[in-house]
Design a protein around this ligand. Sequence first.
Ligand code: 13P
Ligand code: SF4
Length: 311
Amino acid sequence: MNYKEKIEQIKKKKNAIIFAHYYQVPEIQDIADYVGDSLGLAQKAREAETDMIVFAGVHFMAETAKMLNPNTLVVIPDLEAGCSLADSCPLDKFIAFKAKHPDHIVISYINTTAAIKTETDVVCTSGNAVQIVESFPKDQKIIFAPDKNLGGYINRVTGRNMVLWDGTCEVHDVLSTEAILKMKAENMDAKVIAHPECNAPVLELADYIGSTTGMLKFTQTDSNHKYIVATETGILHQMKNNSPEKEFLVVPSDETCSCNDCSYMKLNTMEKLYLSMKNEQPEILLDQETIEKAKQPIERMLDISRKLNLI
Ligand code: 13P
Ligand code: SF4
């Protein structure tokens, strides 16, 4: 039996559900019950009625699933699947940073540890960040963590002046403007689409900026036939599936390197996915107090998103 058959079999036997992020390898996306961005995955995890959630993504995503569905066993194929943004924001340094801005509320990108979420007022994702920030009065003082690129983008779009934590995604922050300009020159008919974790000069070149789901929907509804895609390569699988007649070109980090794969996301393999279901580990474990505190800003985000019809 190959891994696909083994996974299908064990999934039925253990009444499990498989969630995958768009940056997973194509085989994992194909076997998943739901593939989505961080917002969609959080919402689906909250609603899941199952004995086991298998989270093919990175650690903060699986941790979010556990917080929103604490009585369900949550496993991740590889416990080392972290995130450079979450790693950039350690709890002790963040508490000290907050202390310097006592009259500010904290809006955190979902790409943070559970510990940072316990120090957060509202969470956001790339799919709702602008609307979450705009749900607060214009004069509300805000700390935004940990992605300075996403925070800077929101500041520009909303005219705010949020205080930004100095973190970046190691994949998106190095995507190169030179490479995009060269690709544009060679493909004048292509539109540029970018994830808001990219740096400001890259975002300035973009015709569309949005979450992975946002970019995917844009390529499905937009009338153009060619796109320069400034994000992790995994998303191309669904773009090509959904619009086989269109052309998608990935942006490298420089002219010699196409290392735009997230090394954390790509730690998950079909073999590890199967073993995590068979052995019911690595399991995501969180103490009750952390769950209670950290899930509040996530629930607030989901409430605001529901009111604004974003989910
Ligand atoms: P999305 O929520 O847009 O899928 O982004 C998650 C992520 O980690 C992007 O690097
Ligand atoms: Fe984190 Fe960047 Fe990987 Fe997304 S692509 S999981 S932000 S390191």
